[in-house]
Design a protein around this ligand. Structure first.
Ligand SMILES: *[C@@H]1O[C@H](CO)[C@@H](O)[C@H](O)[C@H]1NC(C)=O
Ligand SMILES: *[C@@H]1O[C@H](CO)[C@@H](O)[C@H](O)[C@H]1NC(C)=O
Ligand SMILES: *[C@@H]1O[C@H](CO)[C@@H](O)[C@H](O)[C@H]1NC(C)=O
Ligand SMILES: *[C@@H]1O[C@H](CO)[C@@H](O)[C@H](O)[C@H]1NC(C)=O
Ligand SMILES: *[C@@H]1O[C@H](CO)[C@@H](O)[C@H](O)[C@H]1NC(C)=O
Ligand SMILES: *[C@@H]1O[C@H](CO)[C@@H](O)[C@H](O)[C@H]1NC(C)=O
Length: 435
């Protein structure tokens, strides 16, 4: 009896130590409400001593047995959880809107293809299928579908995404995966099936000729990679992705990419000329309707972005250490510094592979050789929009996106002169703190 008791106490105390050290099961001990008994047969020492002094003996064997069983079960749960954590897989979700440089930033992760499985806009299929005849998307349905598809993809499960691909893949094979060639993981040899005669591959791999994508192979490749990253411009509210942050199978890091809404509009007017022809017309004749659908849409977009960032910056417990806000302008001016910060945030080593890609694709190499600075050159790129957008249009953006601009540190302009005066920066230095 005494031996059983002693062994159990030692075992239990060991569990308690593990628990305390890992600070994961700490609430259990409170619940057990252990009471001091004077006739404790054990003379503890060392760390046992400390623990026992801190409320450490037991009233009855019965109580202890149940506590012991509970602990054992908790420990099993804990081991499962820990196994996932120690495997160190990271799941990075790059959240943005169009024309904010998200493809460029996506490359920071895509370039690390030996241990990263990167997907470029998989939600394109979901949005396309959920687009109503009226042109909009079903908000309720898309929120759920986006969340669930992302969750499955982070687990390397393509089945739900498949159901949104048109035409429906046959035997998990499709020639239609949107922008397959933008994911180096989907163009690797192991995912490259033989070319099929007569089947037109819509988004062809550039590195090698491949047949239609076998999604079973894609899934296997995904499972073999250490980390996973997905870029999407389609999620409207960060809050809707909370279940991903709370999924114990995932270790999700959200990186939200934002840009000056005046610059975004200027860029979209060029990139999506047909969709923005109203704006172009207004830019030409100089007056913008106060209450137009397009203006309301712009306002809604700005509000969504600010709301997501608001949640992220508030750091609710479900997002702690999982959210990072990055401004396009900072990436354009300091690409290497920002990439390093993103990798540090994601908890992934920053490889020479990624570094050299950034050097090659920005002016950073010239900075090193001292010809001229990255910052100066990229600043010019960053400020180009100021000469392509009329002051009137900038004013409209400021009117409907003011709070969003303030949140991210974009200075409002009060005159045409200020808009086009290069010696006045419209980007405030701003540090977003993450604890
Ligand atoms: C031990 O328990 C007592 C009463 O339950 C409590 O007042 C005291 O703070 C506890 N000591 C420690 C170190 O937790
Ligand atoms: C173990 O985990 C399962 C599922 O997460 C949960 O339902 C159960 O209550 C946990 N058991 C204990 C003892 O914590
Ligand atoms: C939108 O999706 C919801 C949920 O799936 C559905 O109940 C509703 O009928 C859909 N609305 C339209 C207009 O399709
Ligand atoms: C797709 O890949 C899987 C895994 O390699 C393989 O078992 C399956 O036969 C392939 N499907 C087709 C139709 O080739
Ligand atoms: C900045 O870089 C771009 C792209 O390489 C180049 O075309 C441009 O001439 C550079 N501008 C200056 C001022 O050096
Ligand atoms: C531009 O702004 C600077 C600093 O405020 C000012 O000194 C300069 O006169 C301005 N240039 C023009 C052309 O308005």
């Amino acid at each position: 009896m005494r031996i059983k008791y002693t062994i159990s106490v030692v075992f239990f105390v060991t569990l308690v130590i593990i628990e305390k050290e890992n600070n994961i099961l700490s609430r259990v001990s409170d619940k057990l409400a252990l009471k001091q008994t004077p006739q404790t047969p054990l003379q503890p020492s060392g760390s046992f001593n400390i623990l026992l002094k801190n409320n450490g003996s037991f009233t009855s064997l019965g109580k202890m047995d149940s506590a012991f069983t509970l602990m054992k079960r908790r420990l099993e749960n804990y081991s499962e959880h820990q196994e996932i954590l120690t495997r160190g897989k990271k799941h990075i979700l790059l959240l943005a809107t169009t024309r904010t440089g998200s493809s460029f930033v996506g490359e920071f992760f895509n370039q690390q293809d030996d241990n990263m499985f990167y997907l470029f806009e998989p939600l394109w299929h979901v949005e396309k299928m959920l687009t109503l005849k009226t042109g909009g998307t079903n908000a309720t349905a898309s929120v759920e579908a986006y969340r669930d598809v992302l969750q499955k993809l982070f687990l390397c499960d393509f089945s739900l995404l498949e159901s949104f691909i048109e035409p429906l893949p046959v035997d998990h094979i499709t020639p239609n995966l949107f922008r397959r060639e933008s994911s180096s993981s989907l163009c690797e040899e192991s995912v490259c099936s033989p070319v099929v005669k007569g089947v037109f591959e819509r988004y062809r791999c550039k590195t090698r000729r491949c047949g239609p994508l076998n999604l079973t192979m894609a899934s296997q490749s995904c499972l073999q990679k250490e980390h996973r990253a997905i870029k999407s411009v389609r999620v409207r509210q960060l809050e809707t992705l909370r279940p991903l942050a709370e999924d114990p199978r995932l270790d999700v890091r959200f990186i939200q990419l934002v840009r000056d809404p005046r610059a975004v509009l200027a860029s979209r007017m060029v990139a999506f000329a047909a969709k923005y022809k109203n704006w172009k017309q207004w830019a030409l004749n100089g007056d913008v309707p106060i209450d137009d659908d397009e203006v309301r849409k712009l306002k809604g977009n700005c509000q969504n972005i600010a709301m997501s960032a608001g949640v992220g910056l508030r750091q609710p417990s479900w997002l702690r250490r999982r959210y990072m806000l990055v401004r396009y302008e900072d990436i354009a001016r300091f690409p290497m510094r920002k990439a390093t910060e993103m990798y540090r945030f994601a908890g992934i080593p920053f490889t020479p592979q990624v570094k050299s890609w950034i050097l090659k694709n920005t002016q950073a190499s010239k900075e090193a050789s001292g010809v001229y600075s990255t910052q100066k050159n990229s600043s010019e790129q960053v400020e180009k929009w100021r000469f392509s957008i009329p002051f009137k249009i900038a004013q409209v953006v400021q009117r409907v996106c003011g709070p969003t601009m303030k949140l991210f540190g974009y200075k409002l302009v009060s005159s045409e002169e200020m808009l086009t005066n290069k010696s006045i920066s419209l980007i405030e230095d701003k540090v977003f703190n993450f604890v």
